[in-house]
Design a binder for this molecule. Structure first.
Ligand code: FMN
Length: 433
C-alpha cells in the first residue's frame, strides 16, 4: 500500500503562475490512492479553471465561503474536519501574509483557521517577492506556529529571473507530504493489534458474529506503522477492501480461540498490545458438523463463554502496555473504568455504539467515530473525526503513556526477557525429551 493511500488531502490552490502545476500534484496524489478535495482562491481561478481540477480530482472544487449552496453541501467546518492534512500548493505571497494575520476572508483562509490538522505550504513566487523581508518575516512566523514549508526550489522562473521561489517539484512535494504522517513516536517498538469481529460456527454454513468492520483496528495498524513501529495485525474476518501497508505483518483468524492463540504466541515479541477486535463473548457449545435442518418451530442454542483475550494475555504478559476497547450502549464511563480495573490494562478506548451513537459519531462500519480514552489518573475525549485521524491521535497518546510507564518503572520489560529465556529453555527441554 502506498504511503498516502486513503489519506484525505485538502489541496489549496492560490493565484500563482504555477497554479497549473497543481494538476500534476493532484494526478500524483490520486496515483497514490489519496482522496483529494480542491479549494481554490478567487485568484487561482484567474489562472486555471475549477473544471480542470474537478476533472482531475474526481470531486467538485470548493471556491466560496459565503455561499448558501456550498455551505449546505460540504460546509467549511465539515471540510476542515474531513481533512487529514492541508497542502497549499502553490501558496502565493499574498495568501501567506493573510494566513500570518489569521484572515478568514475566503474559504481557504477560513479552513486553515478552522482545522487543527497539519498545514503545509509550498510557496511559489518571483524570487524578489520571496526574498522580501515582509514575506520572510511571515514565513518565519508561520514556521514558529508549526506550519510546514515545502520549498521553494531555486532556478529559472516564469518571469525570466533566476533565484529561489519556484514551486517544489510535484514528486518531491508528494514525498514531503507522506513524511508528515511518519511521526517516529513508536520507533523501535513492536505493536500487536487485534482487529475486526470473530465468527463462532453454529454449523458449516452459519455463525455468530457482530457488526465490527475492523476499520478502527486497521487504521491503528497503519498509524502505528507510520509512527515507526513494527506492527503485527491479528485480524478477524473483514472486508477484502480493507488494507494495511505491506510492512504490517497480518495474520488472519476466524474464531475467538484462534485469536487468543495467536495473540498469546506473539505477545513475547511485543511491547504494546492494542486489542481493537470485537471478540464474540460467547460461542456455541457444539458446532454441528452438518447443516442444521429446520425441523422444529423453535430451537435452543447453548452457548459458552469465550476467553477474554485482553485480560488473559495481560495476566500472562504483564510487561505488555495493553490498550482495550469498550463499545457501549449505556454508562460509557462507568463500564470503561470498570474494564480498566478488571482487565488490569493501561488504557481503555471507549465509544458509543448502536442506538447510543449519534449520526455524526458514526459506529460499526462507518468511516468516522468519536472516542473517550481512560487511563489511571486521566481521561481524554477525541471528538468526531475520521477513524484514520483518530487512530493517529490515539497512537500519539499511547506512545507518550507507554514512555511514562517505562520511565516510572510501572512496566518492567526485563520481565519479558526473563520470560523469553524460561520459554526457550522449556522448549529445548521438551525437544530433548
Ligand atoms: C501573471 C501573474 C502571475 C502571478 N504569479 C504569482 C506568483 O507566482 N506568486 C505570487 O505570490 N503571486 C503571483 N501573482 C500575484 C497574485 O496573483 C496576487 O497577489 C493575488 O492577489 C493572489 O491571490 P490569492 O493569494 O488570493 O490567490 C501573479 C500575478 C499575475 C498577474
Amino acid at each position: 500500500m502506498k504511503r498516502l493511500a486513503n489519506k484525505r488531502i485538502l489541496l489549496g490552490i492560490t493565484g500563482s503562475i504555477a497554479a497549473y502545476k497543481a494538476g500534476e500534484i493532484i494526478r500524483r496524489l490520486r496515483d497514490a490512492n489519496a482522496d483529494v478535495r480542491v479549494v481554490m482562491t478567487q485568484g487561482a481561478t484567474e489562472f486555471v479553471t475549477p473544471l480542470t481540477f474537478q476533472a482531475l480530482s474526481g470531486n467538485p472544487v470548493h471556491q466560496h465561503l459565503l455561499d448558501n449552496d456550498a455551505e449546505a453541501a460540504m460546509g467549511h467546518i465539515e471540510l476542515a474536519r474531513w481533512a487529514d492534512v492541508i497542502l497549499v500548493a502553490p501558496a502565493s505571497a499574498d495568501f501567506i501574509s493573510r494566513l500570518c494575520l489569521g484572515r478568514a476572508n475566503d474559504l481557504l483562509g477560513a479552513l486553515c483557521l478552522a482545522s487543527h490538522v497539519p498545514l503545509a505550504l509550498a510557496p511559489a513566487m518571483n524570487q524578489q517577492m520571496w526574498k522580501d523581508p515582509a514575506t520572510q518575516t511571515n514565513v518565519q512566523t508561520l514556521r514558529s506556529r508549526g506550519v510546514l514549508l515545502f520549498g521553494p526550489d531555486s532556478g529559472e522562473q516564469a518571469c525570466g529571473e533566476v533565484g529561489e521561489g519556484r514551486l517544489m517539484q510535484p514528486h518531491a512535494l508528494i514525498d514531503a507530504l507522506a513524511d508528515v504522517f511518519a511521526t517516529g513516536s513508536l520507533t523501535g517498538q513492536t505493536v500487536l493489534i487485534t482487529a475486526g469481529p470473530t465468527r463462532e460456527a453454529i454449523d458449516p454454513v452459519r455463525y455468530l458474529s457482530n457488526h465490527s468492520s475492523g476499520k478502527m483496528g486497521y487504521a491503528l495498524a497503519t498509524a502505528a506503522m507510520e509512527a515507526g513501529a513494527e506492527v503485527i495485525l491479528i485480524s478477524g474476518p473483514v472486508d477484502k477492501s480493507l488494507l494495511v501497508p505491506h510492512s504490517v505483518k497480518t495474520i488472519h483468524v476466524t474464531t475467538a480461540e484462534q485469536m487468543l492463540e495467536q495473540t498469546q504466541a506473539l505477545a513475547h515479541k511485543a511491547d504494546i498490545l492494542i486489542a481493537a477486535a470485537a471478540v464474540a463473548d460467547y460461542r456455541p457449545v457444539l458446532a454441528n458438523s452438518e447443516k442444521i435442518k429446520k425441523s422444529t418451530e423453535s430451537m435452543m442454542l447453548q452457548l459458552q463463554r469465550n476467553p477474554d483475550i485482553l485480560a488473559t494475555v495481560k495476566r500472562q504478559s504483564p510487561w505488555l502496555f495493553s490498550v482495550g476497547f469498550a463499545a457501549e450502549t449505556e454508562n460509557l464511563e462507568l463500564h470503561a473504568r470498570q474494564k480498566l480495573k478488571d482487565k488490569g490494562v493501561e488504557m481503555i478506548v471507549a465509544n458509543w455504539v448502536g442506538h447510543a451513537a449519534t449520526e455524526t459519531q458514526g459506529t460499526f462500519g462507518s468511516d468516522d467515530n468519536a472516542l473517550k480514552l481512560f487511563w489511571d489518573g486521566g481521561e481524554l475525549e477525541l471528538g468526531v473525526s475520521s477513524k484514520a485521524r483518530l487512530a493517529r491521535e490515539l497512537v500519539v497518546l499511547i506512545a507518550s503513556q507507554y514512555d511514562n510507564a517505562i520511565q516510572s518503572g510501572r512496566l518492567n520489560k526485563e520481565q519479558r526477557e526473563v520470560e523469553n529465556v524460561v520459554q526457550l529453555r522449556s522448549h529445548s527441554h521438551d525437544k530433548k525429551n
